[in-house]
Write a protein that binds this ligand. Sequence first.
Ligand SMILES: [Zn+2]
Length: 91
Amino acid sequence: MATYAYHCAGCGPFEVRRPIGTAEPAEPCAACGEPAPRRYTPPLLARTPAPEARARQAQEASAHEPQVVRRAPAAPEPPPPDPRWAGLPRP
Ligand SMILES: [Zn+2]
């Protein structure tokens, strides 16, 4: 079985599962029944969620093209002193 993508002009994209090689050039829309033309998509590439695709691209880029820095990043600000420290015994 394969999943074929179609796009209804009024209702949007939908998918139909059929045996391989039996896809029709148009399928009736499941919602309105109007004929919807088939959309050709790259197999298993269009289903990767956009955030996951960006994360994968960033990971690959950092492995092969690490960002060059000219100086060390600034040290973080130290936390403010706790006022209760004034009450501690002094040596
Ligand atoms: Zn429709």
